[in-house]
Design a protein around this ligand. Structure first.
Ligand code: ADP
Ligand code: MG
Length: 640
């Protein structure tokens, strides 16, 4: 009986492996440049044509290969870098799978010249689609030169799949920068279509960063340094004031290998806590040294994630090292300047003795007679703004005013206002505000006039909405308040599955990386419940034909982009479910920002909406949405 199972012919097996290793020209760049680094080169040249679609060439002055190795290196699982399974745990080279050259040779025209230092002659090999075309002895300088032409010549589908030159080139630059940043002791040059893109002399980490990113990079960098048993940390983070809207220059290297880690990114962001405006991203270049046997990089040939033995300790050490540096270089106190100087006591009042505030008490007030307090115009702050307040018709019949709404929350708000006290702004809590009198006002004005005054809101610094309330002043952070409102709206529509959707005249085509596309397909069902309508998705793009009503077409890319980056990071916070994360992220993206002008009507609506929320006193990220400033606090200020 002949057997059914047959080994795949080598060239077929190689093509399959190639699919994993080589996705685009940038993958070839990565593999060849890393091989050159592993070969101990001190000088590496990268030459590409047409974003690598026509040519990727890497020339190094490393140790080269002898005749046998020159041929063997194209065989699958041929590697000089590990011999035993145990070696996998003490890896100090980039490559180790012995798959890259075999894969590249399976799908391109490859030419290699290589010579070891001590040899007279080197070897010249031509291999096309896994077939050796020629091999001969040749004159060559010490080191190795690989040129890879006509990538995917035998897999037209893959070739057609490549993106524009601009996109492919950007991927190449990314790969190049990652290796160049990890190895400042190597001289790198990079030519594209004949012009020099980078020329990076041998230097140190700081100089290498500056040479790559040019401009004023140097003055933005704050060094970090830490050395413990489980990790050595060095590198640079950027000063908070240079943080940017977009991600970008954020690099982690572990034992000189570029990695991505949402978890460590979170540690960095933690160190910047309170120093960055919402949504701003700091640049960082962080080099970690860990004992090779405490990490596992053998996850996937092209993936940049790795596993650490002791992630939690690493997280804590990294965060505190950065915090320390930001503090030490006097970066942290910058925040204090954000304090609103208008709220400081003008200095000429400072040394004038003040009189004691007098308190008038309404002796007829009985806190236990609820009827009284609601019906008649109350003399205490604990009641409502007055039955006839212009908001009384708003939504829920039982929520006749904002004040009555948040009085229920008084424990929380007392805590909140206490927290802001050190800025010298806020009350000691709601309880203290009960004994304010309105005798004077109610005698001077007719009821409806009082209400008019009371209902006025105004915007402070396009950031806060201020509203006089009976006991003093309500100050709402417009961004956080709106986040809360949107968050609850999204959650509601997601749980009742009744989101309204606006149909787009022209469907939107959005392109994403494969990792992002994976995530989108995971999130698709949840996103549909918010009002998104997906026409189709393949592994490169989505077509969207309908949107949630509260998102405009132009906001979609940034909202989805933010959502993906929030979730790709795997931020370890208390998100109870995927829906919750989506609602949070979209609320963050869509909420009115500080700096946005709001009409009086919008201010009013926002406050109404906020206090109609289930949990109005904090944003979805647990930050206070409003504070109150009691008349008492004002009195205290004036008494100074
Ligand atoms: P890996 O890097 O995983 O070992 P590769 O397929 O990339 O696998 O390379 C196979 C082998 O070829 C390497 O282990 C190394 O011995 C040799 N090699 C590849 N590139 C070079 C180079 N530029 N200089 C010297 N040797 C090289
Ligand atoms: Mg390799």
């Amino acid at each position: 009986m002949s057997s059914i199972i047959q080994l795949l012919p080598d060239h077929v097996a190689n093509q399959i492996a190639a699919g994993e290793v080589v996705q685009r020209p940038a993958s070839v760049v990565k593999e060849l440049v890393e091989n050159a680094v592993d070969a101990g080169a001190s000088d590496i040249k990268l030459i590409i044509k047409d974003a690598g679609k026509t040519l990727v060439q890497v020339i190094d002055n490393g140790k080269g290969m002898g005749v046998t190795d020159a041929r063997l290196c194209f065989a699958r699982h041929a590697t000089s870098k590990i011999r035993l399974a145990e070696d996998l745990f003490s890896l100090d080279t980039k490559g180790f799978r012995g798959e890259a050259l075999a894969s590249i040779a399976a799908i391109a025209h490859v030419e290699m010249k290589t010579k070891e230092e001590q040899e007279e002659l080197g070897t010249h090999i031509v291999i096309e689609g896994s077939k050796f075309v020629s091999q001969e002895a040749a004159v060559a300088p010490k080191g190795t030169s690989f040129s890879v032409k006509n990538l995917f010549f035998n897999i037209p589908a893959r070739r057609n799949f490549l993106k524009s030159d601009t996109v492919e080139q950007r991927h190449i630059v990314d790969e190049f920068q990652r290796v160049a940043l990890a190895h400042p002791n190597i001289h790198f040059t990079f030519y594209h279509n004949g012009s020099e893109m980078f020329n990076l002399p041998q230097s140190n980490f700081r100089q290498r960063i500056v040479n790559i990113f040019a401009g004023k990079t140097n003055e933005k960098l704050v060094p970090i340094q830490e050395s413990t048993e489980i990790v050595g940390i060095q590198g640079f983070v950027c000063k908070p004031e240079f943080a940017k809207k977009s991600r970008g220059e954020q690099f982690f290297f572990v034992n000189n290998r570029f990695i991505k880690s949402g978890y460590l990114h979170h540690a960095v962001m933690g160190a910047y806590e309170g120093l960055l405006k919402d949504g701003m991203q700091p640049s960082y270049f962080i080099y970690l040294d860990v004992p090779p046997n405490t990490i596992d990089i053998n996850i996937h040939p092209t993936k940049t994630e790795i596993k650490f033995d002791d992630e939690h300790a690493l997280y804590a050490i990294l965060r505190s090292a950065i915090k320390h540096s930001l503090g030490q270089f006097n970066v942290a106190p910058v925040l204090d300047f954000e304090r609103d100087s208008e709220l400081d006591t003008p200095y000429h009042y400072k040394n004038q003795g003040g009189s004691f505030p007098t308190i008038q008490i309404d002796e007829t007030f009985n806190p236990f007679s609820q009827e009284e307090t609601k019906q008649s115009r109350p003399l205490t702050g604990g009641g409502s703004l007055g039955g006839g307040s212009s908001y009384s018709s708003y939504k829920k019949p039982d929520t006749s005013s904002w004040e009555s709404l948040y009085v229920d929350l008084k424990h929380d708000t007392a805590a909140l206002s206490g927290g802001v006290d050190d800025r010298g702004m806020v009350s000691g809590g709601m309880e203290d505000m009960q004994f304010e009198t309105e005798i004077v006002t109610s005698r001077l004005f007719e009821d409806h006039e009082v209400e008019k005054v009371v209902s006025k809101t105004y915007q402070l610094q396009k950031k806060y909405i201020v509203n006089p309330i009976k006991s003093g002043m309500l100050i709402v952070d417009q961004n956080r308040a709106h986040q809360r409102v949107l968050y609850e709206q999204f959650l509601t529509s997601m749980t009742v599955h009744q989101a309204a959707s606006q149909q787009l005249l022209f469907p939107l085509n959005l392109y994403y990386s494969s990792a992002e596309m994976e995530l989108i397909s995971e999130l698709k069902e949840s996103l549909k419940t918010t009002g998104f309508v997906f026409e189709e998705t393949d592994d490169e793009h989505v077509v969207i034909s309908g949107l949630p009503v509260n998102i405009s077409e132009s906001e979609v890319p940034s909202v989805l982009g933010q959502l993906l980056s929030d979730l790709l990071d795997g931020i370890p916070e208390n998100s109870f479910s995927q829906n919750d994360s989506i609602a949070k992220s979209m609320a963050k993206s869509l909420a009115v920002k500080s700096g946005a002008y709001l009409t009086e009507k919008e201010q009013e609506n926002l406050i109404n909406d906020l206090f109609a929320c289930k949990d109005p006193n904090v944003s979805p990220f647990q930050k206070p949405t409003f504070i109150t400033l009691g008349v008492e606090d004002l009195d205290k200020k004036f008494a100074i």
